[in-house]
Design a protein around this ligand. Structure first.
Ligand SMILES: Cc1cc2nc3c(=O)[nH]c(=O)nc-3n(C[C@H](O)[C@H](O)[C@H](O)COP(=O)(O)O)c2cc1C
Length: 278
């Protein structure tokens, strides 16, 4: 099943802007194409002039899971607020332990995002200590460590940067704190009292978020590097120090021509991670 969505904008005689949201669901049932139009707004203007529309197609779930990849170069075009709302509304259906729904979402764009970026780049430049609410494990099992180091090497070589090119590596690292040029960053927080069980829920929420975004043509990159400066981020955004910053998700429309976006990570084959026990 697929769906298309449209937001139609009208202006009335008192110069008020009104919007109307249409959703068209379509699919095949026993070989017959069906479609279903749903008007999901109460603000259908009776009089007024049509000004513009935005919309898009969303994709089938399995196709979405298979084609999603991290986006590390974005077009500067902002994501319309309606599109972000559509993503977050869908993601609100995420599962969580005993339906606790621990996620607290902060959407940052514009000047505030630029301010965050500036402060983090200065912290990086001065090698200021990091303050992540989720400290990294010291040791990784060797197989995972190997995958991580291969990923690092392949990713930097996409940009023609070699392992011993310190300047090039620093530049790549800085791109994290420029949100890879994304117009929007979504920060996921949870209450400081919560621990591993809720982090599991936060992961499910984050995965749904990046899949929902992808289905609407919005690219994303999960970033654990950004929460390394969690103390400063909370301070700038006026978020209580007691909250835990779990992950940053840079989001925007992918710049398909950018070299960084040609990189594709290598995944294990099904039989490398699955045992069948009967
Ligand atoms: C918890 C988590 C943290 C991540 N942090 C970063 C990050 O700080 N910077 C970055 O460029 N990518 C980051 N990534 C993206 C991973 O590198 C990426 O998901 C992985 O290499 C697999 O590639 P794919 O997303 O294209 O399938 C992170 C992913 C996860 C799940």
């Amino acid at each position: 099943m697929g769906s298309a969505f449209f937001y139609l904008y009208f202006i009335n005689e008192s110069c008020q802007t009104l919007s109307c949201h249409l959703e068209v669901l379509f699919g095949l049932t026993e070989g017959i194409l069906f479609q279903y139009i749903q008007i999901t707004t109460e603000q259908i203007p009776e009089t007024g002039y049509f000004i513009f529309w935005i919309g898009g197609l969303s994709m089938e779930l399995l196709e979405g899971i298979k084609t999603r990849k991290s986006t590390r170069a974005f077009k500067p075009d902002p994501i319309p607020r309606e599109v972000i709302e559509k993503i977050l509304e869908a993601v609100s259906n995420s599962p969580s332990y005993t339906n606790t729904q621990p996620w607290e979402v902060v959407v940052v764009s514009g000047q505030k995002k630029n301010e965050l970026s500036k402060v983090m780049i200065e912290l990086l430049r001065t090698k200021a200590p990091t303050s992540s609410d989720l400290p990294k494990p010291k040791d990784w099992p060797p197989a995972l460590e190997k995958r991580a180091s291969e990923h690092g090497a392949r990713r930097i070589s996409t940009l023609g940067v070699s392992r011993d090119d310190q300047g090039g590596r620093e530049r790549l690292s800085q791109m994290n704190f420029e949100f890879y040029g994304a117009p929007c960053a979504i920060l996921l927080f949870m209450d400081g009292l919560l621990g591993e069980w809720s982090i599991f829920d936060m992961g499910l929420f984050a995965q749904n978020l990046i899949l929902a975004a992808h289905s609407l043509g919005v690219g994303s990159c999960l970033q654990a590097s950004v929460p390394g400066y969690s103390r400063e981020i909370k301070n700038i955004l006026g978020i209580a120090e007691s909250k835990k910053l779990i992950i940053c998700i840079s989001m925007g429309y992918p710049d398909e021509k950018a070299e960084l976006n040609t990189y594709r990570s290598i995944k294990q084959k099904l039989d490398e991670f699955t045992k069948w026990i009967e």
